[in-house]
Design a protein around this ligand. Structure first.
Ligand code: OGA
Ligand code: ZN
Length: 364
C-alpha cells in the first residue's frame, strides 16, 4: 500500500486501484477522543464544526496498515486502512449472494439441536441463508409454537393481522388462498404490507397428506436471466407501478410498488410478485398490453422446472426464506387422507444480518 496527498485530496494506492479521498470524508471518520464517544463510537460534534475548506496538512503510513493524517483545523487522527477500504469499496461483511436455478441447487438440510454448539449451527444456517436466499433446518421438535422459539434465536418477530404466527391449514372459510389445499404458484408473501415482511419462516408440524410439496425459486436469478433474455420485459416490470391489495373483514392493506425493484445503483433489491394480489394501475391499452405480456413471461419463468426447487417438508423441518429475493409456493394436497399443518411467521432483515455478523465474530 502507498500513500500521497495534496491539500484537497488523499490518495491510497492498493494493488491496481487508487482510492481518492476527500478531506471532509476522512476527517468525519476520525475516532479520536472528543470526536466520538469512546464507548459507542457515535459522533459527538455537529457538522458546523468542520469548515468546508478543510485541508490535509500531512499524511503518512504507519505500521500495521495504519495511517496518520493531520488536518488544517489542527486535528490529527490515526486510521485503520483495511477498514477504510472495506467501507470505500462497500465490501459487505455478509457472505456474497450465490444465484441459483434448479440445476445448481442442492437441497441441503441443516440439523439443529438446542444446547451446546448453538452458535456454530446458527452461523452455518445463516451463512447458507444469506448466500442462497433460503435454508431448510431439520430435527426441531414438531410442536405448536416451536417456530417462535427458534425464530427468537435470530431476531424479533414481526406481528401482523394474521397474528404473531399464522397457521397454514386448510380451512372452511379462508381469508387467504394459503389456507386452502389448492396449489400456490411461486409468489412472495404480503406485498401489500408497509414495509413488506422481510424473512419468512414456514415450520412443518404435520405433512402426511398426499401432495403438498414445497417449492422455492431464486427470484434474483430469474430477474437476472430475464434481463438478458428479454430486456424489454425486464424494464417494464422494473417500471410499472402496481397496487398490491389484501382485504378481509378486519383489515384493508394496500401498497404500491414495482414487481422488480432496483437499488439506486441498479442492483436487484426486491421482487414483489403475487398473482392473486397485484392490480396494475389503469392505463392506456398499449401500456397495459405490454405490461401483461411482460408479466406473463415472468410468471412462466418462476413457475418453470428450470428454476423450481421442490421438496417435501417433514415434521420438524423449517423453511426460512428471504421474502425480498426468494419466491415460494406449494403443490396442491389431498385432505381426505392424512393432515397438513404448517406455522409461519416473519422477522426483519436487520436482525438476521446482525445475528450473522455477531456469530461470525464469535465462531470464526
Ligand atoms: C404461505 C404459503 C405454503 C405452504 O402461507 O405463505 O405460501 O406450503 N404456504 O402451505
Ligand atoms: Zn406464501
Amino acid at each position: 500500500m502507498k500513500l500521497d496527498f495534496d491539500a484537497k485530496e488523499l490518495r491510497v494506492y492498493e494493488k491496481e486501484e487508487i482510492f481518492k479521498i476527500h478531506p471532509l470524508w476522512i476527517r468525519e471518520r476520525s475516532t479520536e477522543k472528543g470526536e466520538v464517544d469512546q464507548n459507542s463510537f457515535q459522533r459527538l460534534y455537529d457538522p458546523e464544526k468542520i469548515k468546508p475548506d478543510l485541508q490535509i496538512k500531512n499524511a503518512q503510513l504507519l505500521a500495521d496498515n495504519k495511517m496518520h493524517v493531520e488536518f488544517s483545523d489542527n486535528h490529527s487522527a490515526t486510521y485503520c486502512l483495511d477498514k477504510l477500504i472495506t467501507e470505500i469499496t462497500r465490501s459487505n461483511v455478509l457472505p456474497p449472494k450465490i444465484y441459483w436455478d434448479k440445476n445448481d441447487a442442492e437441497l441441503k438440510k441443516f440439523s439443529f439441536a438446542y444446547g451446546a454448539n448453538e452458535s456454530r449451527q446458527l452461523f452455518e444456517i445463516l451463512k447458507f441463508y444469506h448466500q442462497y436466499g433460503y435454508v431448510v433446518v431439520e430435527d426441531l421438535p414438531a410442536k405448536d409454537g416451536e417456530v417462535i422459539k427458534f425464530a427468537e434465536k435470530i431476531g424479533f418477530i414481526r406481528e401482523t393481522n394474521f397474528g404473531k404466527l399464522f397457521n397454514v391449514r386448510s380451512q372452511k372459510q379462508p381469508n387467504d388462498l394459503a389456507y386452502t389445499s389448492i396449489e400456490l404458484e411461486s409468489h412472495t408473501d404480503n406485498p401489500y404490507r408497509k414495509p413488506v415482511p422481510s424473512i419468512q419462516f414456514l415450520f412443518c408440524i404435520e405433512n402426511s397428506c398426499k401432495g403438498g410439496d414445497s417449492t422455492v425459486v431464486d427470484g434474483f436469478k430469474v430477474a437476472e436471466d430475464l434481463k438478458k433474455e428479454n430486456p424489454q420485459a425486464f424494464n417494464i416490470l422494473v417500471n410499472t407501478l402496481i397496487n398490491y391489495k389484501f382485504e378481509d373483514n378486519d383489515a384493508i392493506l394496500e401498497k404500491t410498488g414495482k414487481i422488480i425493484k432496483l437499488s439506486a445503483r441498479g442492483e436487484l433489491k426486491q421482487i414483489k410478485y403475487s398473482n392473486r394480489l397485484d392490480f396494475v394501475f389503469y392505463d392506456e391499452p398499449k401500456v397495459l398490453e405490454e405490461f401483461y405480456a411482460a408479466k406473463r413471461v415472468m410468471h412462466q419463468m418462476i413457475n418453470s422446472d428450470k428454476y423450481i426447487l421442490q421438496f417435501h417438508l417433514q415434521p420438524g423441518n423449517l423453511l426460512i426464506m428471504n421474502n425480498y429475493r426468494t419466491l415460494h409456493g406449494r403443490r396442491s394436497y389431498n385432505t381426505s387422507e392424512g393432515s397438513r399443518w404448517l406455522q409461519g411467521l416473519y422477522i426483519d432483515h436487520d436482525s438476521a444480518e446482525s445475528k450473522y455478523k455477531l456469530l461470525s465474530k464469535e465462531v470464526e
